[in-house]
Design a protein around this ligand. Structure first.
Ligand code: ZN
Length: 236
């Protein structure tokens, strides 16, 4: 992705609500429309690595002592998305219940409430159920018991491993061990936004100093642009 395309993506994504923005970024990263959440995350990780490098600088707060932890992660260590996850159907039998379901897709999240995590997880599960049976008779997804929901969640996690970007952390202050989650869409957006805003500031400074237009500034190599910025700053 070149800088003109990056600015176009920033402009298109800026006014969108977070879930639609995530969908737009994932599609710009090459994820298909029906991508599972894991496949969308994989595309976002690849886009982020292409734009800003594979090393992720992250922060997390220790849930036990509230210490702020800073750490680095190599995006390549998170693994790859399962190629067939999008189309795969899974069938499970637990006791007298049977359920057939698919992995959650990024598009599912757009149709669901995002304020309450427990309600979201429940609604997402029910959306992904293709068919359910209890005692040999069809039943609604909402009627399925906790054990079958828990096993279905495990099965889907294994089928679409990048859907949940979790990693284990250890607090150096208090010794507490905990799992932290990486929101790759939010991180990619924050970095892309920061980068676009810096680029616009450079364009404005060079337009001001030399009367160049946006396309002329973007046509300069980053090195030459930095040199002109220095000259403009020295002359001011
Ligand atoms: Zn701690």
């Amino acid at each position: 992705m070149d800088e003109a395309a990056l600015l176009q993506l920033w402009e298109a994504a800026l006014p969108l609500p977070p879930q639609r923005r995530e969908q737009l970024l994932a599609q710009a990263a090459g994820a298909p429309r029906a991508a599972t959440i894991g496949q969308a995350n994989a595309a976002l990780l690849a886009l982020r690595a292409q734009l800003f490098g594979a090393r992720l600088g992250l922060q997390a707060a220790c849930p036990a002592c509230a210490a702020s932890l800073e750490f680095e992660l190599d995006a390549r260590s998170l693994g790859h998305a399962a190629p067939g996850a999008q189309a795969a159907e899974h069938e499970l039998r637990v006791g007298h219940e049977t359920v057939r379901l698919r992995a959650p897709r990024l598009a599912d999240l757009q149709a669901l409430p995002s304020d309450d995590a427990a309600a979201l997880a429940r609604a997402l599960f029910e959306r992904c159920v293709i068919a359910a049976e209890r005692d040999g008779r069809p039943c609604a997804a909402a009627e399925l018991s906790e054990p079958v929901r828990a096993q279905a969640a495990q099965r889907l996690e294994a089928a679409d491993p990048l859907a949940n970007l979790q990693f284990a952390l250890h607090c150096p202050d208090c010794g507490h061990a905990f799992d932290a989650t990486l929101d790759i869409a939010a991180l990619t957006w924050a970095e892309l936004r920061h980068h676009a805003e810096r680029l616009l500031a450079d364009i404005a400074a060079l337009a001001d100093a030399y009367g160049w237009c946006e396309a002329e500034v973007l046509a300069l190599s980053p090195l030459r642009r930095a040199a002109y910025l220095q000259l403009a700053a020295a002359a001011a």
